[in-house]
Design a protein around this ligand. Sequence first.
Ligand code: SAH
Length: 463
Amino acid sequence: MLLTITYTGQNTQNLGYLLYKNPARPQVFELNHGKAYVFYPEVSNERTTAALMIDIDPIDLARGKAGETGGGLFDYVNDRPYVSSSFMSTAISKVFGTAMSGRADAHQALSDSPLDLTAVITMLPCRGEQEKLRSVFEPLGYEVCYDTSISDEKFLDWGISRYVNLTLKGKVRLRDLLKHIYVLIPVFDRQKHYWVGTDEVEKLLRHGEEWLPEHPERAYITGRYLNRRKSLVNLAFERLAASNAVDDELLAEESVEKPEKKPSLNTQRLGRVVAALKAIDVKSVIDLGCGEGNLLRLLMKERQFTKIAGMDVSHIALRRASDKLKLECANEHILERIQLFQGSLTYRDARLSGYDAACVVEVIEHLDIPRLAAFERALFEFAKPPVILVTTPNKEYNVNYDFLYGEALRHGDHRFEWTRTEFRDWAVKIGSRFGYALQFSEIGEIDEKYGAPTQMGVFTACV
Ligand code: SAH
């Protein structure tokens, strides 16, 4: 992802002083999930361009940073390394924080003056909202132009790309341009990499203080910046209404971004599964399709669970699980408490019996539809644990993933994904056939219209 800022006029090399970045010296900055580079593709008296390029490490994003255990921020393949997203905003505040604050020491007069500036934001996610680019940026004094392209020449039915290259041209102070971009990129990009909490209200008010209260699209900007979280949006509106309430201390503070980590969907999901198990009196648990053992690791931390097992069809996954759980060098006591074994959920298997609860977390969608009936009987009829927890993606939520086109599924190995109704219909049918009562819940950030990304059904055997 790339942002360029071009200053035209006279002595434009002074852009380097305003940004606190020397045009003669390219620089690199470490970000939480990659690196930011600052360099100047052109420098002259009449025209100087500074570029901020961000190189996100896609492996870090998917798996979490080396040595960290919490898992990644985004599931599976995604567009994050390639598009202008909340990562760009975080980098702007980290790399150009002083310029954003308006401090320019010997060049204060220049910093306080409107300059002829042009910003180009490449690959801004902007799904079906291109007309909003004008209504959001024009009132701030910019000429707006953007170019779009077709998504893929080989798949014309995918239509026009959801990403635009946006050019903003105006006579504005540099600090205002940076603040506008900082706030407005995450307005158009829906998938923020940080948790949207009350801190974000403060940031919005701090960076929007001079322009947001009067902006004709303030409701749209506030709603989208805060991910439409009602309580936060209301809080921001109250503060905007009493506009001079933005406190002086906050304004004086240098704009340094605190790294905030949003719990990944995977972390939230596993947390909810453990919480559901803890809420009932189960002592022994089997994790079916345990993968690399992330749930098993959490279960091991809870003394309530005295007997734990993990089963998976994949040898490789089981070896990774064994490594993660350090079973090679575990003592007898641990080895008595947990075991891993290979098996398939679509075959009747005596080793699956005898547990108080079974978890099937993000597994059913990996089964071929014609094999589902065999899975249902193997688990609900033969193993028949008193409690069964099943989670699976909610397909409706996929509209929120900009990188998924048409009917695409979240993972290459998924054989299907269900809407909320499809999952409920299936679960209710299974429950009544095999004698289980049901409770449903949603996991992850809830979209008012499309629900949450993950759905969970807790089956409890009727006695
Ligand atoms: N439950 C884990 C892994 C989910 S990925 C988690 O939430 O992190 C799906 C897992 O299901 C993979 O590890 C895959 O090997 C396993 N799997 C797929 N088909 C299976 C089958 N028929 N029997 C058992 N495991 C299966």
